[in-house]
Design a binder for this molecule. Structure first.
Ligand SMILES: C[S@@+](CC[C@H](N)C(=O)[O-])C[C@H]1O[C@@H](n2cnc3c(N)ncnc32)[C@H](O)[C@@H]1O
Length: 281
């Protein structure tokens, strides 16, 4: 299976999530350049269009008319909702494709590269053995000054079977490995940790120009190999920590409500990591 059944494409048009706000603030800044008349935005795992649902109030008509929006998701029902929303936004153009994440690079016509690539609220749904390839491909789809924005949760408001949750510090070590393998030894994109009401999140933005690596695709295989190795090591460590925590809970029990909640989270995590380890073989 390429996606998890518990995937929760949470969508409340009344409420803008902080992760979408962060991406849209970046977008505002990039679109404010008067010399930009056409702006290519690829939204990977676009879901039901959550990130574009507040664009009418965030961006003027003129800004929205600069945008060529490309949405990609595995779920046709999600993209149908997203397309309906996008059609009301006066974009310069819009296009949606359905497919599995690793195939997104071949889904859209290749011209000058994307100015903005977003991947929000989805990394936990990605099989860790496929994550490195998706990150490298997203970067190689960027134009010369393009920005790749990723945001995901460290913890989920409600547990999802098969979801592998990463902490900001784990993502930091993945991004460090990625930049290093691309030869960008001086570039350290900041990985932020954010505390929300019902969960914690992390984010990173990677700017193509700071990588100083004109041909990412020629390095793809070696970069994917070293980033995947790092991810495998992290899965190993996470699994061993989860096993120890569960062993301790098995022997001594959960004494508080918090420990009891943690027990459920460890059980979900144990299954997701065991499954991820199986997929790596
Ligand atoms: C939690 S939703 C996030 C939607 C949106 N990006 C957001 O910020 O709210 C995760 C999305 O990832 C999509 N997805 C999960 N696995 C996928 C895969 N293997 N290929 C393509 N899309 C996938 C799901 O269909 C879902 O729409």
């Amino acid at each position: 299976m390429n996606s998890i059944a518990d995937s929760d494409a949470y969508f409340n048009p009344e409420r803008m999530l902080a992760q979408h706000q962060a991406a849209l603030t970046l977008l505002q800044g990039m679109l404010s350049d008067p010399s930009i008349t056409s702006f290519r935005w690829l939204d990977i795992a676009c879901g039901r269009g959550q990130i574009i649902s507040h664009l009418k109030t965030v961006l003027s008509d003129g800004y929205r008319r600069k945008i060529r929006y490309f949405g990609y998701d595995i779920d046709n029902r999600h993209t149908r909702t997203a397309k309906r929303l996008a059609e009301s936004l006066s974009f310069q153009s819009l296009s949606f494709e359905i497919g599995d994440l690793p195939r997104f690079p071949s889904a859209f016509p290749d011209d000058s590269g994307f100015d903005f690539v977003t991947l929000t609220n989805t990394v936990h749904e990605i099989d860790p053995s496929r994550l490195a390839g998706i990150l490298v491909d997203a970067i190689s789809q960027l134009g010369e000054t393009g920005c790749f924005f990723v945001y995901d949760m460290e913890t989920l408001p409600s547990a999802e079977l098969g979801a592998v949750l990463w902490s900001a510090s784990e993502i930091k070590s993945v991004i460090y490995e990625l930049c290093n393998a691309l030869g960008a030894k001086d570039y350290e994109p900041a990985v932020g940790q954010w505390q929300h009401h019902s969960c914690n999140g992390w984010n990173v933005q990677i700017r193509r120009q700071h990588l100083n690596c004109p041909d990412v695709s020629s390095l793809r295989d070696t970069v994917v190999e070293s980033v995947s190795r790092r991810i495998r090591e992290l899965v190993e460590v996470k699994l061993s920590q989860t096993r120890s925590a569960l062993e301790s809970l098995t022997q001594y029990g959960a004494e508080t409500g918090d420990e009891s909640n943690a027990k459920d989270a460890y059980l979900y995590s144990f299954w997701a990591l065991t499954r991820a380890k199986g997929a790596q073989r």
